[in-house]
Ligand binder design. Structure first.
Ligand code: BDP
Length: 606
């Protein structure tokens, strides 16, 4: 799915700003918030999660629908165009109404969708745009959750993932146009390298597919380098172009060609769309992870889209600052834990040579963690009552939408289809096999992983053989052997030996960390102190360095982040950040900086 773009043949109008806002208090069909101006006096910023904007527990804790509304005018010059409202994310379910008419509905809180306006409003006219957004998580949504009705009749939301269920319109909303007659609907690029020649294999879909074969119009591609020089051209909707002496996209040294897909009619360009394309290869060979044929070592973070007040609202200042901090500390990669991030973030990673493990929102498919941590009776994750066939369909959709959105990003080197599912519980294999197959069919060019939870050790995990890379989240010294680093070290080393003996696959440590109160110091390395966090990471790194099979380390987490208030072991959120929520470094930051910059020097990325 292409991100809207302004070109010579397309326009783009940004609809961000403050929108009218209201909770839906009763039955949404009866209330019909789209049918009239919203009641009340609230305005909400877009993009932002709404939860922390207002000083009102009823809004903060609301479970159900909310409405956003504003007036939009279709530009008067759009008579030869088709036009759409693009919602970059409505978390977790969104409906778009043009005046009184429902024109689109979408489930899945972190991927975009379009609503066509063309036939409903003429150029130059205005319309009432209402977007209703629902934040409910059930056993058939991704991520899943459980809705309970309290004694007072109010709904409450439970979920089994460790980040706050921020909701609303956290990413931009757009109005955009494409040419009415024919337009470029989708572009897929897959790159390769032959000696010093870069190869871009491409597949272009037009809105009228026969167009590419018709006499009157044809599809062309033009590849332009960073100096704006045309370096390759070709005709046809499907094929490949070669770029002699190509500059490759490398971790830490990005280079992007503009791959321009054009529809031409009688020598005239009637539509064009450009994809920023980094030429690079990815390969998993034995236990190595190769980018452009060179062994790669992931340094960096599991992150969250999370800041004060905005919640998951995309913010360019935070984005640029966070990338600056990643550069400063020597991070060459991150994982989009635990959902697809804003498209702007992916573009930025492409431009700055940061490697991304791209994850679906399939997190919390695990009732064993909840039972294990709180000593409750073990409940079964996989089966008709919780994660069932319908959930798997939603999960498949989340994979389809992630790949459709992010397939052209050079930065994406690995798909992660789930975080910490209950992979040692019977039923896991039956659940995951078709999803892995689907992912490989949709994108045969990238390796696939899932992220393994600490209970599902090498002798218990039922699905690791289905994947290309072993991604492990381990908390030896924190959740296990808390504070006892020598015992933790031995246990961690033992477990890694088990994985290495059983599988010949690269291992990336995708999470390890310790909650740390910024400013709490201890002579005795007490857990929660900055000193303990340093000692903990030094222990983990000593173990990583004993295994050539470990090809990466992404610490948990980049910054402190908000979690559900029902997690009584969290005080105002998860504190495993290397930086505080407002991006101040803890003592560990300097230690990581030294280690990772030395690694990057070894890899020639500095
Ligand atoms: C892991 C989860 C992550 C949590 C982390 C933690 O993948 O989302 O935040 O543990 O407990 O289980 O800090």
């Amino acid at each position: 799915m292409l991100k809207p773009q302004a070109t010579a043949t397309r326009d783009l109008v940004n609809l961000d700003g403050t929108w009218r806002f209201a909770l839906v208090q009763s039955d949404i069909e009866k209330e019909a918030p789209w049918s009239k101006p919203l009641p009340g006096t609230l305005d909400a910023p877009v993009p932002a999660s709404y939860n922390d904007i207002f000083v009102d527990p009823a809004i903060h804790n609301h479970v159900g629908w909310v409405s956003y509304q504003r007036t939009v005018t279709v530009p008067r010059g759009w008579s030869q165009d088709r036009y759409f409202v693009r919602v970059s994310a409505a978390t977790h379910r969104g409906r778009v109404y043009i005046n009184d008419k429902l024109v689109a509905e979408h489930i899945g809180g972190y991927t975009p969708f379009d609503a066509e306006v063309t036939e409903l409003v003429k150029p130059g006219e205005s319309f009432r745009l209402t977007i209703t957004v629902n934040n409910e998580l059930t056993n058939v949504t991704i991520p899943p959750g459980i809705i309970e009705v309290k004694q007072n009749g109010q709904k409450s939301q439970r979920y089994f993932h460790d980040f706050y269920n921020y909701a609303g319109l956290a990413r931009s909303v757009w109005l955009y146009s494409v040419p009415k007659a024919e337009y470029v609907q989708d572009v897929t690029v897959v790159t390769d390298v032959e000696g010093s020649t870069g190869v871009i294999n491409y597949d272009i879909k037009t809105a009228t597919p026969e167009a590419s074969n018709s006499n009157s119009s044809s599809v062309h591609v033009v590849v332009v380098d960073e100096a704006d020089k045309v370096v390759a051209e070709a005709s046809g909707a499907k094929g490949s172009v070669k770029i002699p002496n190509a500059t490759l996209w490398q971790p830490g040294a990005a280079y992007l060609y503009q791959f321009r897909a054009e529809i031409r009619q009688g020598g005239k360009v009637v539509d064009s769309y450009s994809v920023a394309t980094g030429i690079r290869t990815i390969e998993v060979r034995d236990y190595e992870f190769l980018i452009n044929g060179k062994p790669f070592y992931f340094t960096g973070f599991g992150r969250h889209e999370d800041t004060a007040i905005r919640g998951k609202g995309h913010d360019s200042a935070y984005m640029v600052h966070d990338f600056q901090l990643m550069h400063w500390i020597g991070a060459n990669s991150f994982r989009t834990s635990h959902y697809p991030y804003a498209e702007e973030v992916m573009d930025f990673a492409d431009r700055h040579g940061i490697v991304v493990i791209d994850e679906t929102p399939a997190v919390g498919l695990n009732l064993a963690i909840d039972s294990g941590l709180f000593g409750k009776k073990l409940k079964h994750t996989w089966g008709p009552e919780y994660i069932n066939d319908q959930t798997r369909e939603a999960h498949a959709d989340s994979i389809r939408e992630l790949i459709a959105r992010d397939k052209n990003h050079a930065c994406v080197v690995l798909w992660s289809i789930s975080n910490e599912p209950s992979s040692s519980e019977e039923g896991a294999r039956e659940y995951f096999e078709p999803l892995v197959k689907l992912t490989r069919e949709l994108d045969p060019s990238r390796p696939v992983c899932f992220v393994n939870v600490m209970f599902a050790t090498y002798d218990k995990c039922l699905i690791s053989d289905l994947f290309d890379v072993l991604c492990l989240n381990r908390y030896y010294g924190w959740y296990m052997h808390t504070g006892d680093l020598p015992t933790a070290e031995a246990a961690f080393e033992d477990e890694l030996k088990g994985w290495v003996a059983k599988y010949k696959k690269p291992i990336v440590m995708t999470e390890y960390g310790a909650d740390t109160m910024s400013g709490f110091r201890s002579y005795y390395n007490a857990p929660w102190s900055e000193d303990f966090q340093v000692a903990y990471y030094n222990m983990c790194h000593a173990v990583h360095d004993r295994f050539p099979e470990v090809v990466g380390e992404q610490v948990w987490n980049f910054a402190d982040f908000q979690t559900a208030a029902t997690h009584i072991f969290r005080v105002d959120g998860n504190k495993k950040g290397i930086f505080t929520r407002d991006r101040k470094p803890k003592a560990i930051a300097g230690v990581l900086r030294e280690r990772w910059n030395a690694k990057l020097k070894e890899l020639n990325e500095l």
